[in-house]
Design a protein around this ligand. Structure first.
Ligand code: NAD
Ligand code: ZN
Length: 361
């Protein structure tokens, strides 16, 4: 085996129901001077939620993030500019992101922009962030994206018509608080769609040509947990599965990065139809039985067992421009498509074939 890339993982995590109660002590340990401001980005769902007992102190900043749409480069620039203005010359001692993939990614992106000049889109790509980010803590409230432990933060860039993150070791959280109790309120469909993001990341990696023995093992472990959750005897959201899903997301997040054919098609759907990520993945896999026959069959069983429906016809009767945008928004993702299909991916997924896949969704 060739030598792997020098790999960074999250150095610290707490896992278990009630872990959230330790957040205040973790942040206090960073307060130097003692009145240094801490910043909290929290999903807007928790605005009035009793379970969100935030350990706020006098100079802290609390920002609720509207996640009715997923983060864009413009949203991130606005969040970073607003924070810089509020803080003036002070740097926060810690940025904490509390939410699903959208908020976890937003907090990562802002933390990078506080210590690096310019705009979010300047850092979309690989290893473009030059200076270490502000210290940050991730607290997932929805499991599956692996954003809590990946080295990216996915941002939609409509001008460039793509979804791309700031892939950097500086993007990795310094500390995680993994408290499955925070996910109890997730709506069932959302739990399914986001949870399956782990399944997608991991099987796409297993079926691809960019391989790494550790990633293979992590992927296999995460896929096995997903099968237990979504095809096992219990309910997908029973208490033990909330923890299982958090663990699968964490393992899968360490393995993510080598996606295949599902994610590019999903990105096309998100760019053109604004479908949320997890749901867009499910539509993409629903059309890829030829490329991923085993996982497609498993996925169909998961839908049925958990009584989740994907209404058909989402790409019916679009304009020629929209079909072209769907094609362009998918085929632009060369790296994962090469991983899945080889350098001839453009011939295999021709404009005609991709368009007919979209029409079949
Ligand atoms: P999300 O963060 O967009 O949240 C989806 C919905 O769930 C929102 O309405 C939110 O309010 C709600 N929600 C979150 N926690 C809740 C709770 N405990 N109770 C009730 N409602 C709750 O969804 P997501 O699927 O976690 O994240 C999607 C984003 O993650 C996309 O932008 C995607 O591109 C990104 N992503 C990032 C990575 C990465 O490695 N950084 C990987 C995959 C996906
Ligand atoms: Zn994903």
């Amino acid at each position: 085996m060739s030598v792997t890339r020098n790999t960074k993982n999250v150095p610290y995590y707490l896992l278990g129901s009630g872990a959230f109660d330790q957040l205040g002590a973790l942040i206090d340990a960073r307060r130097d001077p003692a009145d240094a401001p801490a910043v909290f980005y929290v999903d807007h769902f928790f605005r009035d939620a009793a379970e969100m007992r935030l350990p706020l102190k006098k100079n802290d900043k609390l920002i609720f993030v509207d996640t009715s749409s997923e983060p864009t480069v413009e949203n991130i620039d606005a969040l970073a500019d607003a924070l810089k203005e509020e803080l003036g010359t002070r740097m926060p001692c810690c940025i904490t992101g509390i939410g699903g993939g959208s908020v976890l990614d937003a907090a990562k992106a802002v933390a990078n922009l506080l210590s690096n000049p310019g705009k979010a889109e300047d850092y979309q790509g690989w290893d473009l962030v030059k200076n270490p980010a502000v210290y940050k803590i991730g607290v997932p409230t929805l499991s599956g994206t692996g954003a809590e432990c990946s080295r990216t933060c996915v941002l939609t860039n409509m001008r460039r018509r793509l979804k791309l993150g700031m892939n950097s070791d500086f993007t990795v959280y310094d500390q995680l608080v993994l408290d499955p109790a925070l996910t109890r309120t997730v709506p069932r469909e959302q739990f399914f769609f986001t949870g399956l993001d782990t399944f997608m990341h991991c099987f796409e990696s297993q079926r691809g040509s960019y391989r790494n023995v550790i990633v293979d093992r992590l992927s296999a472990a995460a896929v096995a947990v997903c099968k237990d959750i979504f095809l096992g005897s219990g309910d997908m959201m029973e208490e033990r599965n909330l923890e299982n899903m958090m663990v699968a997301s964490y393992l899968g997040g360490m393995a993510a990065g080598n996606t295949g054919a599902v994610h590019p098609i999903s990105a096309g759907l998100s760019i053109v139809l604004h479908l949320p990520h997890g749901k867009a993945n499910c539509y993409a896999l629903s059309a890829l039985a030829d490329i991923y026959p085993i996982e497609h069959a498993l996925f169909m069983k998961m839908l049925e067992k958990n009584k989740i429906t994907l209404p058909s016809g989402i790409c019916r009767d679009l304009t020629d421009e929209q079909y072209e945008a769907l094609y362009q928004g998918s085929i632009i993702h060369e790296k994962p498509l090469t991983n899945a299909l080889g350098p001839e991916f453009g011939t295999i997924l021709s404009r005609e074939r991709l368009t007919s896949l979209f029409k079949a969704m």
